[in-house]
Design a protein around this ligand. Structure first.
Ligand SMILES: Nc1ncnc2c1ncn2[C@@H]1O[C@H](COP(=O)(O)OP(=O)(O)OP(=O)(O)O)[C@@H](O)[C@H]1O
Ligand SMILES: [Mg+2]
Length: 384
């Protein structure tokens, strides 16, 4: 059915050993919607994405994309479905032994697209993330932030219908972060891409999200539009979006005062004069206490973030041609048969498959990767 949600996560729990990481998580993502998952480190955000894309299996419950639980499909069916999905791994997951051209073009080499066409498309995607000049470089020659952008270019090389982004802007400067956010917004509005974005970047979350889901300790504690989340009365939500530690987790100011006074004594003993900003110094802190910030509303998101989002959507049509060529737009409807992804190669294994792969793919199978995530992948049928 055209109106069915693209992604459905139903009462999913996931345990590792006796540790339950996800505890009955349920949500769905509509076609063309961008859902952002926020939550503390270690709370199960990456695990949620891996369950959706079938790299992990739920302990209980079900996670489906286009009506299919990927891990229950045959290898061939999984490959066909994964061609419609793109995944930006948290750590980039580039193959160190392949050039940027080969990394980004990886899915296309598997589909036996002409070399000149692969290079054209790779250049185009790299241009979108500002890295066209790196096409013949190797991943270790790039900074961490550049590798993240290359990883994004690879995820969208064949314009998938669904893209899952695991922290696409972590480690990026604010200007590059804005470029990535604009790409995510335009993929949605120009091509109707459905997205789930995991991020710690509150500003990005409020810029790109149609809906925000907040996870804590393996459970959804809040979900709603950015406006609903922003006006939530839940203390945990307010602490999280303000980036303010919870009671009991705040720094022990008594310990700092003791350290300060010890430091002053030592400095005085050695004849140096030091100015110490402390409780007894009479100096005002430049940062108002949390209660004052809350009362003045300064923890709230600036209007500018909301405006940026609106601006991006309103002038999207006019700028569409500059980022997504008409050629690609036409191709988008016929991509099902040809889409492929790097994860496909990781998921499809065995000597017969390897012998069919194009040279860069074969090398990647045996080359080193730097990604912890690739090692994380759970395969129903591990490679021999
Ligand atoms: N393959 C695995 N085996 C065992 N434990 C795992 C595995 N993958 C994840 N975990 C555990 O599950 C928990 C959630 O991990 P996850 O990677 O989803 O966290 P996260 O919310 O993405 O955190 P971060 O924001 O730091 O990336 C962590 O405690 C992690 O150690
Ligand atoms: Mg993570």
């Amino acid at each position: 059915m055209a109106d069915d949600p693209v992604i459905v996560v139903e009462n999913v729990s996931k345990s590792f050993g006796n540790r339950e990481v996800l505890k009955g998580v349920s949500f769905s993502v509509e076609r063309g919607e961008t859902v952002v998952i926020l939550g503390r480190s270690g709370t199960g955000k990456s695990v949620t994405l891996k369950l959706i894309i079938g790299l992990m299996t739920p302990s209980t419950g079900r996670a489906s994309v286009f009506g299919h639980e990927i891990h229950t499909l045959t290898k061939k069916e999984q490959l066909t479905l994964r061609r419609r999905l793109g995944y930006v791994f948290q750590g980039g997951a580039l193959f160190d032994s392949l050039s940027i051209l080969e990394n980004v073009g990886f899915p296309l080499y598997q589909s036996r697209v002409e070399d000149s066409e692969i290079e054209r498309r790779v250049r185009e995607r790299l241009s979108m993330v500002g890295l066209a000049h790196t096409i013949h470089q190797m991943p270790p020659d790039l900074s961490g932030g550049m590798q993240k952008r290359v990883s994004l270019a690879r995820a969208i090389i064949d314009l998938p219908e669904v893209v899952l982004y695991d922290e696409p802007t972590s480690g990026l400067d604010p200007l590059t972060t804005d470029v990535i956010n604009q790409i995510i917004l335009r993929l949605r509005s120009a091509l109707g891409v459905t997205s789930v974005v995991v991020t710690h970047d509150i500003k990005s979350a409020f810029t790109i999200a149609d809906r925000i889901i907040m996870l804590d300790q393996g459970r959804i504690v809040a979900q709603g539009t950015p406006q609903q989340i922003e006006s939530s009365e839940l203390p945990w939500v307010q602490h999280f979006i303000a980036g303010r530690a919870l009671e009991g987790e705040q720094i022990d100011s008594g310990a700092f005062a003791m350290a300060n006074s010890r430091f002053s004594r030592q400095a005085n003993l050695s004849g140096k004069r030091v100015a110490v900003r402390g409780e007894n110094s009479g100096e005002q802190s430049a940062i108002p206490p949390a209660d004052q910030r809350r009362a003045s509303g300064s923890h709230r998101l600036p209007q500018e973030i909301r405006n940026r989002r609106r601006d991006s959507e309103s002038d999207d049509d006019s700028r569409r041609a500059s980022t997504v060529s008409n050629d690609d737009s036409r191709r988008a409807s016929t991509l099902d048969e040809r889409r492929n992804s790097t994860e496909d190669a990781a998921a499809e294994s065995g000597p017969s498959r390897i012998s069919k792969m194009a040279p860069p793919v074969r090398r990647a199978r045996f080359g080193e990767t730097r990604s912890a995530e690739v090692e994380d992948i759970e395969l129903d049928d591990p490679p021999e």
